[in-house]
Design a protein around this ligand. Structure first.
Ligand code: TXA
Ligand code: MG
Length: 346
């Protein structure tokens, strides 16, 4: 299959832009179109067309038990896909949509089984990226979209990341520059009481709690070793977001990073160790290794923008091992920790 390249400057995005009209027409015809969102690029298909959605699973090599998020252009479109429009839903969507919050809701029977992997809930999100918003408006359809990478691989934050994984496997790429946040949306299940965060993201626990009171954060117990299909949200239990190189995480600060780097330079071939280095850390001479200047430490949004870029960049250089310091739990740091820990799973 030839993957059509379409380009749009996010500043020019509208439901009348020729590239967006073309992409929308392809979605209406049941085709697969990768498109940018503010978090990461998504691989979209008409969420109401089970055959089109089946192609997403095929193109990504994604198991059928892992449900997809459905992207909407406005809360009214969301309401056609759910039952039980609660006060909590209204408050959350007013506060955080458009934005990086996926809400798990009881689904209506408009949503095909394949989208939710047969579950009674559907994940809905209204993205804030102008290109994503214009595309969904132009298509006039809810768009099912997982991240536009091969299953379990690092999520794409640029059009070229998408092509690296999916060129020739999808109908089109709508390229619109770099995703601004860089890690996937927060996944919040509001059918439970208290509501549960399954995946931390840029809408933080603190922000959600300020609005709706205490929420739970799902903690995966490795020893359960459950099959993906029986997990409450399949993404929680898996090796995910992973580079090809072995990822080694370092808790602590500069001293611990330097110590681990010194130990590890012995165990990999010459120049085959990559290190994500905070730009404000003064790292001494370490012997053969490749530094990726990650961003200022504790500026979690700066680090989030460059996390997947860093992993893909070092992978492309063919490193055998990547060392990364682990962010703290506060704010978006929680999302960075979560992604790094899932990516480092064996
Ligand atoms: O930021 C994002 O959320 C990006 C952009 C493209 O919107 N999308 C994304 O999709 O990260 P995906 O498929 O890579 O991750 C969705 C996560 C998975 O862990 C999936 O298991 C969970 O959300 N999920 C989706 N629907 C669910 C449902 N009905 N019940 C439980 N978990 C669900
Ligand atoms: Mg994904």
């Amino acid at each position: 299959m030839n993957t059509e390249r379409l380009n749009v400057d996010p500043a020019d995005a509208s439901a009348f832009h020729p590239a967006i009209l073309r992409a929308a027409e392809m979605l209406r015809a049941g085709k697969l179109v990768a498109f940018p969102t503010e978090t990461v690029y998504g691989l979209g298909a008409n969420a109401l067309d089970a055959d089109a959605v089946a192609r997403i699973f095929e193109a990504k090599g994604r198991p059928a038990w892992d449900p997809l998020i459905v992207h909407v252009s406005d809360p009214e479109m969301a309401r056609t896909l759910m039952v039980d429009v609660t006060e909590q839903f209204n408050r959350l969507q007013q506060a955080f949509w458009p934005g990086a919050l996926t809400l798990l809701l009881r689904r209506s029977d408009r949503v095909p089984d394949i989208v939710t992997a047969g579950r009674s809930t559907v994940g809905l999100r209204m993205p804030s990226h102008p290109t994503a918003h214009a595309l969904i408006r132009a298509a006039g359809l809810p768009i099912a979209a997982p991240s536009a990478n091969l299953f379990s691989h690092t999520s794409p934050t640029t059009g070229s990341h998408v092509l690296h994984d999916l060129d020739g496997r999808i109908d089109a790429l709508l390229d619109s520059g770099r995703a601004t946040i860089g890690v996937e949306s927060t996944v919040l299940d509001i059918t439970q009481s208290p509501a549960i965060i399954y995946r931390p993201g840029s809408v933080t626990r603190e922000q959600i709690e300020a609005l709706i009171g205490p929420v739970a954060v799902y903690a995966h117990k490795q020893e359960l070793a459950l099959e993906g299909g029986v997990l409450p949200s399949p993404g929680v239990g898996l090796r995910h977001y992973a580079p090809n190189a072995k990822l080694v995480l370092v808790e602590g600060g500069l001293t611990e990073l330097v110590q681990t780097a010194r130990e590890q330079t012995q165990s990999v071939a010459h120049n085959r160790l990559g290190i994500l280095v905070p730009t404000d850390w003064k790292v001494p001479e370490l012997g053969p290794s490749i530094f990726f200047p990650w961003g200022k430490w504790r500026c979690w949004d700066e680090l989030a923008k460059r996390l997947y870029l860093a992993l893909r960049y070092l992978d492309d250089l063919g490193v055998e091992m990547i060392l990364a310091p682990l962010p703290d739990h506060d704010g978006l740091g929680a999302a960075l920790r979560d992604r790094l820990q899932k990516a480092a799973r064996e």
